[in-house]
Design a protein around this ligand. Structure first.
Ligand code: ATP
Ligand code: MG
Length: 424
């Protein structure tokens, strides 16, 4: 194939049979979200660049080097969304959704775009499903949203994820911590790698998030944010932990967990697996109480999370087989009139038996080759329409998987007969 007609590196197709796994995952996640009262919001993939620059923070990796930003034909700077929260807040404010529902729970799903180095579990177009809860300041919603994610893994049959939790305090506490942390790293600058040295000025908290194992000792000995927390932040975090413990959710508090976006404060969490190599975080979230106001709304507490669908699908693929959903009924007619009759019969069966998957073997060929294709389709029954059947207003029902004998059935009785056969 011509090079210029290939997909962009890091932007993947999801073809069958893998797409069936995506569908199952998306369906189950949507069901769990609905069970907690979350309503779907559908957002544009492109936003004005400012939507992300303002919210995500201009010293973050995303804004500094990962956004797909381009000039629209009329010169406006637009960006392919790198995440869902900023656009969601933009939409909530634009439509005044918080006036109608001050305690608002929303979810979204779709592609996100970041110009990262493509590798397993890290792509340039990837997909997230995420949820956001607005207007609830207390630790109860933090706990509920984490319980929701725990239920998601149960619904998906994943039992190999661990929960890490931390608190980032409020802005003033982070500021005091930042000063202490910067001073500490400056005295140990020789031990830092190049990336961390760059972060020292821009975003020292992010150094804690480094995945470089050589940095472990210097990070482990670094000052802890917990020592800069005020009473309110501590109480909030303790209450979240207590609620999770009461609900029987295991977690570890990881003081190095900081998250890569500026808008987070107080509770942050990640669900991580060891089964995906380096890209083990499948779900990440936290509280972002300052963002709604920052984006022009009234001060509104908020919390949310996003999960990486590719990583979850990969995890599911390690635990179950690809299942192809075969047709159940296959309709076959060879001549032009038989074929037309087959098409119309299939239509009427889809009316009568909407849950049955009915496939027409189209594309022409002899009855023999059509029957071969019917067999390969995996369907349980072939409905054959030949000259005799046309003349007698009947259909031959032929089991393709060895379930009983072939029989001739009157058209008027066909739907009922098939319903009985398929129910077995
Ligand atoms: P990481 O530390 O892996 O770069 P992040 O902190 O940038 O993650 P978030 O912005 O919190 O990630 O996104 C939430 C989730 O989306 C991640 O936990 C991950 O599962 C998924 N995700 C993020 N970036 C990518 C990507 N480039 N490719 C695939 N999935 C991704
Ligand atoms: Mg990232």
């Amino acid at each position: 194939m011509k090079q210029e007609l290939r997909a962009i590196r890091g932007m993947n197709d999801v073809a069958p049979p893998a797409s069936a796994r995506w569908q199952r995952l998306e369906k189950r996640v949507a069901e769990v979200l609905a069970a907690y009262g979350y309503q779907q919001i559908r957002l544009p993939i492109v936003e004005a660049t400012g939507v992300f620059e303002r919210s995500i923070g201009d010293t973050t990796d995303i804004v500094q080097k990962e956004m797909y930003t381009f000039a629209d034909r009329n010169g406006d700077s637009l960006t392919l969304r790198p995440e869902g929260t900023a656009g969601c807040v933009r939409a909530v404010l634009e439509h005044g959704l918080l006036h109608q529902q001050p305690h608002l729970r929303l979810w979204y799903a779709g592609p996100m775009f970041r110009h990262e180095r493509p590798q397993k579990g890290r792509y340039r177009q990837f997909h997230q499903m995420g949820a956001e809860a607005y207007g609830m300041a207390g630790p109860d919603i933090d706990a509920e949203i984490i319980l929701l994610t725990a239920r998601l893994w149960r619904a998906l049959g994943l039992d190999n994820l661990r929960l890490e939790l931390n608190t980032l305090g409020i802005a003033a506490e982070r500021e005091s911590y930042r000063t202490a942390l910067t001073a500490y790293f400056r005295t140990h600058v020789a031990l830092l790698d190049e990336e961390s040295r760059l972060r020292l000025d821009r975003n020292p908290l992010r150094i804690l998030d480094s995945k470089n194992p050589a940095l472990r000792p210097v990070l482990d000995a670094a000052p802890r944010l917990v020592d800069h927390l005020g009473a309110e932040s501590r109480t909030h975090f303790d209450a979240v932990c207590a609620c999770l413990t009461a609900a029987g959710i295991d977690f570890v508090v990881n003081p190095l967990l900081v998250r890569g976006l500026d808008y987070y404060g107080k509770t942050v969490f990640e669900w991580i697996t060891n089964e995906l190599g380096a890209q083990g975080t499948v779900c990440a979230g936290g509280r972002y109480d300052g963002l709604v106001e920052l984006m022009g709304g009234r001060p509104t507490p908020a919390i949310g999370f996003a999960m990486g669908i590719e990583r979850l699908v990969e995890l599911l693929a390690q635990h179950d087989e690809d299942t192809v959903t075969d047709a159940e009924i296959c309709v076959v007619g060879a001549s032009e009139t038989e074929m037309q009759s087959a098409l119309l019969l299939a239509e009427s069966l889809r009316d009568a038996l909407p849950a049955a998957r009915t496939l027409c073997v189209l594309g022409g060929g002899s009855m023999k080759s059509l029957m071969k294709r019917a067999d390969r389709s995996g369907a349980r029954y072939a409905l054959i329409i030949g000259g005799d059947e046309l003349a007698s207003d009947t259909v031959t029902v032929k089991p393709l998987r060895g379930e009983g004998d072939q029989q001739r059935v009157a058209r008027s009785a066909l739907a009922a007969t098939l319903a009985t056969l398929l129910a077995d």
